[in-house]
Design a protein. Structure first.
Length: 97
């Protein structure tokens, strides 16, 4: 309540504060570092496989092996690990540096 009372009674300082915040925001918007394609430091790809109601064997046969086969064709793939569970799974591909 004290801040509101101060803002109502002291219009000039609040106007200056508002302008300062707005100008700082505009300056920051134009000077912030932006990249369309940012650098990726991690050399790992994770694919999450969702197959609701399927057993781990079904997930492995219908999804995981196809993803593994596609990942093996990538020349920089170093290690591929797969984990399947009821209703889905995940495939992790680690790449060479």
């Amino acid at each position: 309540m004290k801040l509101v009372r101060f803002a109502v009674r002291n219009g000039v300082p609040m106007t200056l504060l508002t302008w300062g915040v707005l100008i700082s925001g505009v300056v920051a918007a134009f000077t912030i570092r932006r990249e369309f394609f940012p650098e990726i430091s991690s050399l790992t790809l994770r694919a999450h496989l969702d197959y609701p109601g399927a057993s781990p064997g079904e997930v492995e046969e219908s999804l995981a092996r196809k993803v593994e086969d596609a990942a093996k064709q990538v020349e920089d793939a170093d290690r591929i690990s797969t984990m399947t569970f009821e209703g889905g799974g995940s495939v992790v591909v680690k790449f060479k540096e």
